[in-house]
Design a protein around this ligand. Structure first.
Ligand code: OSB
Ligand code: MG
Length: 374
């Protein structure tokens, strides 16, 4: 197969409610859509879900555009390929830039699945008909506001609630959440904000008594050793997110016992090809995984749902309904969880219709590269 045209579209969608983490606050998001068209006119869609600023990972939406235009698109346009894994070899020598690669890898998978008439989930080896949906709730102005947001999502039937924590917003909101919701499947995510100090260890150890499902990314991405030290001191499983951007990072986590659970993100790991390998490696090591999110638009969300259908995706994923994020998503039908579960599409390719007019209406910049001019 050969790709003849690649269109990049930078699309801005307003968020229904702004989202705050330990590092920043956002009211709308800009992601880059990647559209592959092959010689037969078949289409594959992918999404580069990089945040605008380099606070979660080193990439930004601007660096992703640059790498896509200058390196990834030319590499894809000159490659003859039969499988997404083979196409991924064409960008192997580009170091880092996983979010940008993920958009291209996703476009290859959706195109290949469309052409073979298989669903994205089954082309990846997915086995589940439904995936458990969790929600990730940001830092709120008050504990009462947080409790109200939890209540809304519990009422909506979500299977699990994850709370963002940070200095000054950890033990107090978690304690309040636990006493208001004694049986809730609750977990926390620090986005790497804690340091290897006595005070910070004490703060994290203090979370132990709220029987959390896990503590996600307590320390900085490369600080595997502090994570291993904390894991020796607590029973609550540590889950790594930002630390795991390559399969070698996963090997390091396993070798250092830096955690017991992996949050696999398609974007953070450079695409479905690598994410699936991470799933297999973790499964072989007896380490359960779940699928994290980056507030994806519908295309990236569809990829997350497909990936979450693999057998070792044991815990609920951050695949919430479209309506939690966007008044109108870019896919039809939008993602709607029912009783805390999202159905895995069985139709060929992405499994959703892409709303092209809505994409065009919200596009702030677009570029098409073709193989013709080389
Ligand atoms: O750490 O999981 C994270 C969103 C942006 C950056 C980092 C993270 C998140 C989320 C959102 O938690 C999960 C979702 O898509 O709902
Ligand atoms: Mg996280």
């Amino acid at each position: 197969m050969k790709i003849e045209a690649i269109t990049l579209s930078r699309v801005a969608l307003p968020l229904v409610t702004s989202f705050e983490t330990s590092s920043h606050r956002k009211s709308h998001l800009e992601h880059i859509l990647v559209r592959f068209q092959d010689a037969e006119g078949c289409i594959g869609w992918g999404e580069i879900a990089s945040p605008s600023d380099p606070f979660y990972a080193p990439e930004t939406v601007d660096t992703a555009w640059l790498i896509a235009e200058r390196y990834l698109a030319p590499a894809v346009l000159r490659t003859e390929w039969d499988s997404p894994q083979q196409l991924a070899e064409s960008w192997r020598k580009i170091r880092g830039h996983e979010f940008a690669k993920a958009g291209f890898d996703m476009a290859a998978w959706t195109l290949a699945a469309t052409k073979t008439g298989t669903s994205l989930a089954s082309s990846l080896g997915g086995t589940r008909s439904h995936v458990l949906a969790g929600v990730s709730l940001g830092i709120e102005a008050t504990v009462d506001a947080l409790l109200q947001r939890i209540q809304t999502h519990v009422d909506a039937g979500y299977s699990r609630v994850k709370l963002k924590i940070s200095h000054g917003w950890d033990v107090t909101p978690v304690q309040a959440a636990r006493s208001a919701f004694p049986d809730l499947d609750l977990q926390v995510d620090a986005n790497g904000v804690y340091r290897s100090t006595d005070e910070d260890y004490a703060q994290l150890v203090a979370l132990e008594r709220f029987h959390l499902g896990m503590i996600e990314q307590p320390f900085a991405p490369r600080d595997f050793l502090s994570s291993a030290e904390l894991q020796r001191r607590i029973h609550t499983p540590i889950c790594l997110d930002e630390s795991i951007t390559t399969l070698h990072d996963l090997d390091t986590m396993l070798a250092t016992s830096a955690g017991q659970i992996v949050n696999i993100k398609v974007s953070r790991m450079g695409g479905l090809t690598v994410a699936r390998k991470a799933h297999d490696i973790a499964a072989a090591a007896g380490v359960p995984v779940w699928c994290g999110g980056m507030h994806e638009f519908g295309i990236g969300r569809a990829a997350n749902i497909a990936l979450s259908s693999l057998p070792n995706f044991t815990f609920p994923s951050d695949v919430s309904g479209s309506a939690k994020y966007y008044a109108r998503d870019i896919i039809h039908p939008e993602v709607i969880p029912v009783n805390g579960k999202v159905a895995v599409p069985t139709s060929p390719g992405l499994g959703f219709d892409v709303d092209v007019p809505w994409i065009v209406e919200n596009t702030v910049k677009t570029l098409t590269l073709t193989s013709g001019e080389g």
